[in-house]
Ligand binder design. Sequence first.
Ligand code: GDP
Ligand code: MG
Length: 246
Amino acid sequence: MRENDASPAVSVVVPVKNEAGNIAPLVAEIAAALDAGPGFEIIYVNDGSSDSTAGELAELMTIRPWLRQLKHATSCGQSAAVRTGVVHARAPVVVTLDGDGQNDPSFIPALLQVLEVGAPRIGLVAGQRKGRKDTGFKKLQSRIANGVRGAVLRDGTRDTGCGLKAFRRDVFLALPYFDGLHRFLPALVRRDGYDIGYVDVVDRQRRAGISNYGLWDRLWVGILDLAGVWWLIRRKRRVPQVMEVR
Ligand SMILES: Nc1nc2c(ncn2[C@@H]2O[C@H](COP(=O)(O)OP(=O)(O)O)[C@@H](O)[C@H]2O)c(=O)[nH]1
Ligand SMILES: [Mg+2]
C-alpha cells in the first residue's frame, strides 16, 4: 500500500508494552515483507507503555501513512491489545506478531498463502517455532506448557505460544473473549468448526529490552485458562443452521 488506503487487504496487528528500540526496525521489516503484495496497514497497539514506545511510533507515522497506533490508557494485557487491534482492523484478514523482533516478518507471506489457499475451510494459520532462541529454562517451560495443553485439548498444535498468526477477522471476533485468549487460538478456532493451517517459522532473539512475563504469571494463569478452554470445548454444541420461515 503506497498511499493511506482505507481498505487494505491485510491488517498487521502488533501488541506492544515497553518495546522502545524495537519499533522502527520491525516496522521496516514488516513493510518489506508485504510491499510486493496487496495493500496493508500496520496497527501497533500500545498497551500502556511507560518508555519511549509511543514517541517512536508517532515519529514513524509521519513518514509511514499505513502505520497506526492505538493506545490503551492503562495496561490491559496482551490479549486485550490483540483484540483492540483486530476490532479496529480495516482488512478482512489479520496477521499478528510480537513487537520485540522475535518473530521474523519474512514468514508473513507464507502464512497468508496457506490461509488463502485453504479458504474457507482454514480459519487460522499458526506459526510453529523451530530452533527456539530463548534460554534453556524458558524453552523447557514452553515445552511443558505446550505438552500439557496438547494433551488436554488435543488441538493438534505443537506450539501455540508463537506470536505469528494469520486469521480471518470475522472468525476471531466470533470467539469467546477472555484474558489469555491469545494463547489458545487454534483450539478455539477449531471449536467453531474451522481447520488450522501451520507454517514452520524460525525464531530470533528479542532485539532490545526484556520479556514482559515471568514464570509465575504464565504458569498460574495458564493452568486456569486451560481449565476454562477445556470446559468451553466440552460444551461445544452443533451450530444451528437457521432459516426464517415466511
Ligand atoms: N499489549 C501488551 N503487549 C504485551 C504485554 N505483555 C507483553 N506484550 C507484548 O507481547 C509480545 C510478547 O511478549 P514478550 O514480553 O516478548 O514475551 P515472551 O517473548 O514470551 O517472553 C511483545 O510484543 C510484548 O511487547 C501486555 O501486557 N500488553
Ligand atoms: Mg518475546
